[in-house]
Design a protein around this ligand. Sequence first.
Ligand code: SAM
Length: 287
Amino acid sequence: MKHKATFNEVLKEVKQKELIHSYDVIGDIIVIRLHPELESQKEQIAEAFHTFYRKVRTIVAIPLYSHTDALYRIRDLDVIWGDERFETTHKESGCVFKVDLKHIFFSPRLSYERMRIAQKVAPGETIINLFSGVGCFSILIAKTQPKTKIYSVDVNPYAYKYMKENVTLNRVEGTVIPILGDARSELEKLECVADRVLMPLPEEAYSFLPAAVKALNPDRVGMIHYYDVSMGSRDDKLFNTPINRVKDILSSNFGNTIRIEVEEKRIVRSVGPRKYHVVLDLRIVFV
Ligand SMILES: C[S@@+](CC[C@H](N)C(=O)[O-])C[C@H]1O[C@@H](n2cnc3c(N)ncnc32)[C@H](O)[C@@H]1O
């Protein structure tokens, strides 16, 4: 608490106190989401952050309303202080993740969600982690529950390169299997093999749902961790649209041959005014 008060003081000096919730510390890089109104004060803001985070070597800004690359989910970064570099190593839940923020998506804000999923996994499971980025979910699962096999798929060649490196760094070779490819075509090669499928691509996961169900082993009850975007208030109704979307898609593809049960649902994070990333843990029962 004492530290936070000191940091608030520093930010107060540059009259940017509202920034306090809109930055991430990733390894030795700080990423600040910068409101356009604050553009002219970015050097001052960077100095204030550096006063508090002495070990940081680079501070980058993301303009608040900047464009996000639709496929790789990356954004333009502008170095406002320190070395012109985007590669760093981030520690999370006993894992190390090497990342290149210019070329791959990485968010430390998903750390709770990654641990939540890892703790649900049972020994012996075969898992498919679609949209794996640098392999964070896969590696944490492998470290938490080593008796598993995790196919880890991403279409971004940079994500694949760092995923392979992270698998070695975390000594989970053989448990995590990095795959460079499109989720849809890779799922076709993995039909009927999985106990669990992770779909952490909120904007588009719905379109991969039928293929994800086909990847489940029909002899067992399967789990799908389905991510979506939902608009509304932070209450139970927020989940109605994603749940109805899942039911519509799966009933038109599979009719009565599967039963869907929502085991758990939660808001993963807020991504705008009344806009949230949500997750549904779906139990798929083949009947
Ligand atoms: C939101 S990020 C996921 C981050 C990751 N789960 C983590 O924990 O860091 C989405 C990822 O999906 C990948 N992606 C997007 N479309 C894809 C597709 N059709 N097939 C495979 N990967 C895809 C992007 O390259 C990006 O790395």
